[in-house]
Design a protein around this ligand. Structure first.
Ligand SMILES: NC(=O)c1ccc[n+]([C@@H]2O[C@H](COP(=O)([O-])OP(=O)(O)OC[C@H]3O[C@@H](n4cnc5c(N)ncnc54)[C@H](O)[C@@H]3O)[C@@H](O)[C@H]2O)c1
Length: 357
């Protein structure tokens, strides 16, 4: 029996609701498979802990996580705590501390889910966005001086290194190569940002030489938003900086029906540290506690986690169960249904148990 140690950090808002759903489906998969087990440890890190103790996680938090095979994360953010404190107090120290430099965000229109673009259904929008996850605009470089005075100054410095850009380009080209269309779009803004983004473009061209079978093109990020809406079929794998991909992947989630169906994996491709899996969405204060959070993004990221752990059959089974459930119309209100989080979870678990494959 293969046993995986999973660290669950549900954190804030709807995080605990969707992580509970994800764990229920994962345990159903483990039972159905019979070849692996998940040993889950829950951590109460998040904004409540911050309000109690002044820190979102213990000082040795990342040290503790090193003992795990993977991390399943909910969402962090509370209405009464500043967003930069919660993000930099929990999620980013894990992503950056574990050098999870590839943030992988698949987007597809699932059967049964009403997507907002006219004439665009399942099969017409099938993308993977690769987000640079360790530097760029979220490197944390900069500062503030003369606070509160008229001459106050604040800088936010985007950092691009040859090592950081090369490794994310190589990851994206390799991923594009592994997909049937072998098609990559490199998102840039090198017209206005003439240092970091010009180097980004140059390195993309250099790395492309290692992947002659991958067709690639380059898009300015502003034009990319138009192309995503107008020509979704023309895109397949996409690579972008930390900030650009952050924004584009919310758009991608919305074009696939809802943020509630959009997953993400923070991967350390070299496997030196545990990778972290989470839905793209945040704490969703407006629906917290109502029992209607869409758990599909969490199921999908759980499938990404299983894939990363090498349990590919269970990962595919999870996605088939999700697709069957959505196709049958068991979906939450954000995608036009009336089902609760628990209804969807129970239906997915039934599909997992009942599938005869
Ligand atoms: N990775 C993270 O932990 C993360 C990501 C984004 C935002 N946040 C934080 O979350 C808080 C709220 O941020 P926001 O409102 O900008 O974004 P959000 O993703 O929480 O919510 C945006 C909208 O999408 C809806 N939505 C999101 N997930 C859903 C789901 N699973 N099912 C149904 N509807 C869903 C919400 O109801 C809301 O209307 C902030 O504190 C922010 O900093 C955290």
């Amino acid at each position: 029996m293969r046993t995986y140690k999973i660290a669950a950090i549900p954190a804030d808002g709807i995080g605990p609701e969707v992580i509970a759903a994800g764990l229920q489906a994962l345990q159903a998969l483990a039972r159905r498979d019979g070849g692996f087990a998940l040993e889950v440890t829950q951590f109460d890190w998040g904004s409540d802990r911050y309000k109690r103790t002044g820190a979102l996680m213990p000082e040795d938090g990342t040290e503790t996580l090193k003992a795990y095979d993977a991390i399943l994360f909910g969402a962090v953010g509370a209405p009464d705590v500043a967003d930069h404190l919660t993000l930099w107090g929990l999620r980013l120290p894990i992503c950056q501390g574990f050098d999870q430099y590839a943030n992988v965000r698949p987007t597809r229109i699932l059967p049964g889910i009403q997507a907002p673009l006219a004439g665009v259904g399942p099969g017409d929008l099938d993308w993977v966005i690769v987000r640079e996850n360790s530097e760029g605009e979220y490197a944390g470089m900069g500062g503030r001086a003369h606070r509160g005075l008229p001459e106050e100054v604040a800088t936010e410095v985007a950092v691009f290194t040859r090592a950081g850009v090369s490794r994310i380009m190589r990851y994206a080209f390799k991923l594009a190569q592994s997909r049937p269309r072998k098609l990559l779009t490199v998102v840039t803004k090198s017209n206005a940002q003439r240092h970091g983004m010009v180097m980004w473009d140059e390195i993309a061209a250099e790395v492309s030489a290692e992947f002659p079978d991958v067709t690639w093109d380059k898009m300015l990020v502003d034009a990319m938003t138009v192309r995503m809406v107008k020509e979704p079929r023309s895109l397949d794998t996409i690579v972008a900086t930390n900030l650009h991909a952050d924004i584009l992947s919310d758009l991608a989630g919305a074009l696939a029906g809802s943020l509630g169906v959009a997953p993400t994996a923070n991967i350390d491709p070299e496997r030196r540290y545990p990778s972290m899996f989470e839905p793209i969405h945040g704490s969703a204060f407006d629906i917290t506690g109502k029992g209607i959070a869409n758990p599909v993004a969490t199921f999908w990221t759980a499938a990404q986690m299983l894939e990363h752990l090498g349990e590919t059959a269970a990962a595919s089974r999870m996605m088939r169960a999700v697709e069957r459930t959505c196709a049958a119309g068991t979906v939450t209100p954000d995608v036009g249904g009336t089902a609760t989080t628990q209804d969807v979870t129970d239906a997915v678990c039934r599909a997992i148990r009942g599938e005869n494959i």
